[in-house]
Design a protein around this ligand. Structure first.
Ligand code: CMC
Length: 430
């Protein structure tokens, strides 16, 4: 954190003035450090944390007005174009791009951890076949702590590193298992001769009965989907991981908490909600009706995949995703799919509509990822699981960053609006 040269903000209240230090980041808005307000008898009030920085971080930077996303300083567009998912994982975890040798070692290490403990198969069998895969993922990821006791000392850097590798390696295996279980097919063991995304497609769509060779264009698109979801600074799920981690909870439990937070339709569940909405619209002739509903203040309906808390400009990930979307649809020849046609029409209308333009509601990453995943043949219920798989390195990088430095248990306060102190009344006198 840059030196602020003693810059302070003054807060005048009830006849006294409190000096609050101002801190500058490398880039982005300065923050007013309000830590000492408590000692003066006040809390700040910021529901939804719209104006609150909860931590120092050197991992990811977002400028929502300009549509900028940097990981360790590198723009997402360059990473999407020139890098790949595992290299980005290395960057997020270690702070620098790997040398060629370090990259090879990292990729080999991840591959060595792709299998899960065989006993986990029995855990899967305890779930109903029709369980939502995110419910299964919350359960099995949390349960990993019951299988990998040998690396749970959070104060040990080597343990933290092994856990990071295990989580990145095993998430696609668990994700594919949650799918195979839901359709009653046998689980496929990972193939370490394939790269990360191709192996995921193999575990999803391969069967023991015949050869399955992943299509390289689809594997590249899958890798991009993982890459574009890898991190997004202090979003709801990452903040949840940090909050859980701040209690000293083990990392598998923290990531399970992150998965639970991601599940909601306002966050990672939006990609699934996009497809549900497109199916509900059903026909291009109905789009106007849905746009009208989205604008109606008395109707809770929103166009899923539009809008973002931070981006008030085009989400840079959505731009890359849009290109990938065109590539995949071209390769698969599915441009004529009625649902995909509705999506393209909806995008055009919403981008030109005054309501969306004035409120700066642009398509976000989930709008296009949902369309690509549908075209690839990934079932809708699995979309958020894919998001969780891609986001895992970000969650671990943030957890690790917090645990490696000084940190406090996350403990917000509140504005109490309940009854003041009163005496208990025995039941026969009420
Ligand atoms: N459709 C119609 N109106 C919308 C939409 C939408 N998708 N999103 C926001 N608005 C309106 C909202 O009604 C409000 O209007 P008003 O000012 O008149 O009350 C205004 O825009 C601001 O919305 P907000 O809810 O105060 O904004 P927020 O920053 O709290 O919410 C959001 C951001 C992403 C939750 C919201 O835009 C939304 O619900 N979008 C749809 C769900 C979605 O696509 N989520 C994925 C986010 S990207 C992936 C991720 O990072 O998880």
């Amino acid at each position: 954190m840059a030196d602020t040269g003693g810059r302070t903000a003054q807060l005048s209240i009830d006849g006294k003035t409190i000096d609050l230090p101002v801190r500058d980041g490398t880039i982005g808005p300065a923050v007013i450090d309000v830590g000492k307000l408590t000692a003066n008898g006040y809390f700040t009030y910021d529901p939804g944390f719209v104006s609150t920085a909860s931590c120092d971080s050197a991992i990811t930077y977002i400028d929502g007005d300009q549509g900028v996303l940097l990981h360790r300083g590198y723009p997402i567009e360059q990473l999407a174009e020139q890098s790949d998912y595992l290299e980005l994982c290395y960057l997020l975890l270690n702070g620098e791009l790997p040398s060629a040798a370090a990259k090879t070692t990292f990729v080999d290490t991840i591959k060595r951890h792709t299998m899960v403990h065989e006993q986990l198969v029995h855990l899967f069998r305890g779930f109903r076949r029709d369980a939502h895969p995110m419910a299964v993922m919350c359960g099995v990821t949390g349960a990993l702590s019951a299988f990998y006791h040998d690396s749970l000392d959070i104060t040990n850097e080597q343990h933290r590193r092994i856990t990071a590798h295990r989580l990145i390696a095993k998430m696609p295996t668990l994700a594919a298992m949650s799918y195979k279980y839901s359709i009653g097919q046998p689980f496929m063991y990972p193939r370490n001769d394939l790269d990360y995304a191709a192996n995921f497609l193999y575990m999803m769509f391969g069967t023991p009965c015949e050869n399955y060779e992943p299509n390289p264009v689809i594997a590249r698109a899958m890798d991009r989907i993982f890459l574009l979801h890898a991190d997004h600074e202090q979003n709801a799920s990452t903040s949840t991981v940090r909050m859980a981690g701040s209690t000293g909870a083990n990392p598998f439990a923290c990531i399970a908490a992150g998965i639970a937070a991601l599940w909601g339709p306002a966050h990672g569940g939006a990609n699934e909600a996009v497809l549900t909405m497109l199916n509900e619209i059903g026909d291009e002739r109905h789009i106007d009706k849905f746009i009208k509903r989205a604008k109606d203040k008395d109707d809770p309906f929103r166009i899923m995949g539009f809008g973002h808390r931070v981006y008030k400009n085009y989400d840079p990930r959505a731009k890359v995703m849009q290109e990938t979307c065109r590539e995949v649809l071209g390769q698969l020849g599915t441009e004529d799919d009625p649902i995909l046609r509705i999506a393209q029409r909806l995008e055009k209308i919403a981008l030109e509509d005054d309501y969306f333009v004035e409120k700066r509601l642009y398509p976000n990453v989930d709008f296009y990822s949902g369309i690509i995943l549908k075209a690839i043949g990934i079932p809708t219920e699995l979309f958020t699981v894919i998001f969780a798989t891609g986001r895992t390195p970000g969650w671990i990088a943030h957890w690790n960053e917090m645990i490696s430095g000084p940190y406090k248990i996350g403990r917000p306060r509140q504005l109490y609006l309940g009854p003041p102190r009163r005496d208990f009344v025995p039941v026969d006198r009420r």
